[in-house]
Design a protein around this ligand. Structure first.
Ligand SMILES: Cc1cc2nc3c(=O)[nH]c(=O)nc-3n(C[C@H](O)[C@H](O)[C@H](O)COP(=O)(O)OP(=O)(O)OC[C@H]3O[C@@H](n4cnc5c(N)ncnc54)[C@H](O)[C@@H]3O)c2cc1C
Length: 446
């Protein structure tokens, strides 16, 4: 610690927890103010052989920031918006900038950055890029991966590089930008980011709240929506347990109904088609005013916080299945609830097949078993064990299983080799994600 202070760095000694209570017990927390500081930290850690873990806002849900005996690099001071370019349509930022703040500044200029993880009011842009976070607008606009143009990165060897170009069409070389996006702090420390921005929609979109008979019929609604070529900006589902949590934790005063509710935001033509689909499935729906929509959007974003307020022990699942398999996935999740007699309130980016059953159970061992079983449902249905929350330590075994089964062990081996090539000393957020998934997959039966 003294050594780091002697390098002119701000240092503290503290322990932390991430959002889902993974322990972060570093030797020291260091707060770089610029890229040179980051290089100093990396060179120090490299020479001493100490692991480094970057920290954005710690809203990770998978143990991606968990560590014992590491140097934790807290990016909070590197939070400037460097440039908003309204001709080339990009924004250039430091990683510590808060996502909600960034979008507020962009919207003042009639632009926005669409990916909106429900933690947008808490999370850093660097964390969201490193996690390739998704969110509520993902059904139309994809995840962060679809919006990153270029990055500056301090590699684990202490060298700083820029990868990518600040424009959209660029075929020069392997796509390293997408390799680093979603790399969960295992390949380097991002110090600058160029993100694509887009104009705010010209039309006032139509917002609908629909009380659906049950989650299975919601799957039917979404499948009909896709068949009909309807592409919403937002299609989010929360079940009645989540509604109850919002009412009790945040005094939301929402109508409680057995089947839960669907929130939709669409262009006007699509909205008319959607209303017909909702009628067909017996959903009770209302068009929301702008103010009502903003309140519902904010409540939806706070759904996980509301659940956490009613149950400190909470394990947040994140699986994706092909939309055609939604009903089957939901049925199997319901069966697990009955089998283990646990509550698993579901929050879902349902339009893109991304389900978050939240396992509310005290006993961690039981939670782990259910967690694995939910992940296996995704694998068996040809889906993925993570759509947006990432892998960290929590999902490494499941990721290993998915890749081994869907892609083959060779693909995991290539990923492990990439990690070794970029991080030869194994100091960047080690023992997680690809490394751990490879180990687990090799150790498991064929
Ligand atoms: C209430 C709640 C709702 C959420 N909803 C969503 C959702 O809808 N969609 C979704 O995708 N996720 C969601 N999440 C998960 C999480 O918030 C997001 O993935 C978020 O974008 C992470 O940002 P962060 O700044 O907190 O990153 P952190 O948790 O601090 O870090 C995440 C990962 O990025 C790495 N990292 C951070 N900064 C850097 C950097 N500068 N360079 C290299 N690596 C770095 C870390 O080491 C870690 O591996 C939610 C979380 C919460 C608590």
């Amino acid at each position: 610690m003294d050594d780091l202070e002697k390098l002119g760095l701000e240092v503290s000694k503290e322990t932390r927890e991430d959002f889902v209570n993974f322990k972060v017990e570093p030797l020291a927390v260091v707060y770089p103010k610029n890229e040179d500081d980051v290089i100093k930290i990396v060179n120090y850690a490299r020479l001493k052989g100490i692991p480094i873990v970057p920290w954005g806002a710690g809203t990770s849900l998978t143990g991606a920031v968990a560590c014992q005996g590491c140097i934790l690099i807290d990016m909070k001071y590197m939070s400037n918006i460097i440039e908003i370019n309204d001709v080339d349509w990009y924004v250039r930022v430091q990683p510590g900038v808060n996502l909600e703040y960034l979008n507020k500044k962009l919207m003042e200029r009639n632009f926005f950055l669409p990916p909106d993880p429900a933690s947008f009011f808490l999370c850093s842009v660097g964390g969201a890029v490193s996690n390739s976070s998704g969110g509520m607008r993902g059904v139309r606009y994809g995840t962060f991966r679809d919006w990153v143009l270029a990055l500056r990165v301090v590699l684990p060897t202490g060298e700083a590089v820029r990868i990518g170009e600040p424009f959209r069409k660029n075929r020069a070389g392997y796509d390293l930008v997408h390799l680093f996006t979603g790399s969960e702090g295992t390949l380097g420390i991002i110090t600058e980011i160029w993100l694509r921005i887009t104009p705010l929609p010209k039309e006032n979109l139509t917002a609908i709240i629909a009380f659906v008979p049950d989650l299975k019929s919601t799957a039917g609604i979404i499948q009909d929506m896709r068949r009909g070529g309807v592409l919403p900006e937002i299609s989010e589902y929360i079940d009645n347990e989540v509604v109850k949590a919002l009412n009790s934790a945040l005094d939301a005063r929402l109508k409680e109904s057995e089947g839960g509710l669907l929130l939709l935001r669409l262009q006007s033509e699509d909205a008319e088609a959607m209303k017909e689909i909702l009628k067909k499935w017996g959903a009770d729906f209302t068009v929301l005013s702008r103010e009502e929509w903003e309140r519902m959007y904010s409540l939806r974003a706070q759904s996980a916080l509301a659940l956490k307020a009613i149950s400190k022990e909470m394990y947040v699942e994140d699986i994706v299945v092909p939309v055609s398999k939604l009903a089957e996935a939901i049925e199997r999740i319901n069966e697990l609830e009955a089998k283990y007699k646990v509550k698993m309130p579901v929050i879902a980016h349902i339009g893109d097949g991304n389900l978050h059953p939240n396992i509310l159970v005290r006993d961690k061992e039981v939670a782990d078993v259910i967690f694995e079983e939910v992940g296996k449902i995704a694998i068996e249905l040809g889906g993925s064990v993570s759509g947006e929350h990432g892998i960290g330590v929590q999902k490494a075994g499941l990721m290993g299983e998915q890749l081994k089964l869907h892609n083959g062990l060779k693909v995991l081996e290539i990923m492990r080799d990439i990690k070794r090539l970029i991080d030869p000393n194994g100091i960047m957020n080690p023992g997680k994600y690809v490394e751990l998934a490879y180990e687990r997959a090799r150790a498991s039966n064929p």
